[in-house]
Design a protein around this ligand. Sequence first.
Ligand SMILES: *Cc1c(COP(=O)(O)O)cnc(C)c1O
Length: 351
Amino acid sequence: MKQGVLQRYREYLPVNDSTPILSLGEGDTPLVRSRAIEGITGCGELYFKLEGCNPTGSFKDRGMVVAVAKAMEAECKSIVCASTGNTSASAAAYGAYCGMSTTVLVPKGNVARGKLTQAIAYGARVALIDGSFDSALKLVRVLSERLPLVVVNSVNPNRIQGQKTAAFEIVDDLGGAPDEVYVPVGNAGNITAYWLGFTEAHAMGWASSRPKMMGIQAEGAAPIVKGEPVDNPETIASAIRVGSPASWKGALRARDESGGNIGMVSDDDIIEAYHLMAKREGVFCEPASAASVAGLIKRARQGESFEGKRMVCIITGTGLKDPDIAEQTNTPFIEEFPAELESVERALAFV
Ligand SMILES: *Cc1c(COP(=O)(O)O)cnc(C)c1O
């Protein structure tokens, strides 16, 4: 049986005798070798960490299991989050598993269809907010001061603790740290968590080095790259459509302590990488996840040499979350034929 994050890493997490050890099977996700993009970018070795293989289809489950277990330990019965989608799907699932009431605030018209569907299916109370993710997060913070609600956004330090376990797994799978790790950056909790994980793995002697942390934002939502908040963030990659990241300082620390970089890619770069991942690597990820790959490709095109380097791109969520983008960017999406041998045969012969 799969152990789950709390059991497997309990010594390294804020777990004590009264913390419930629960799991929906999160963590222990595959690290797979690239077949195409490794050559295209000239990397010595390139791997993808497939976080879409988590129970609700994104890395958010790693942190959510810790946040929800700690809420249970504190005998709190209600959780709340603001979300670009995946946090709400994850909170709703773990809330359902633990018999808690879950409330999610999502920016209206800005959440991928699959993610909203998940929150509804798991029975969360969904509030569509006529505003941005950033305004929803502000509301959540105020609400939690007035009501007995535990906030399960990545401002909750237990989320970061859980998410750092992905770095432990990479070190375990590779027998050490890679040279560079590419992470899409939205609210910046994940890059903060990876850096914490690699730093702890190094301190415990599991790895003799730490990787450079390469954070990737979308051009229309790149506050960290630009050095100031973005009022109306815009990108096709809804999971990283954040104008004022809560873990801004954590991202800067990861960048500076690791000698890495926070860069940005255009929506066209993201969609190109999204199609390469699906059509050349067999990995259908969501657009935000493709940003990490787009960041690597962009650096290779700028002449950076990755010869002999061991690289990892974090594939943060599955493509099934956002079917609309797949439909809109694959034309013709589906062709229709009459149910007759002749026309189907002609189509298959590419006549
Ligand atoms: C949440 C999320 C991100 C961004 O992570 P942050 O911790 O907000 O920086 C990227 N990709 C996916 C699929 C996500 O769900």
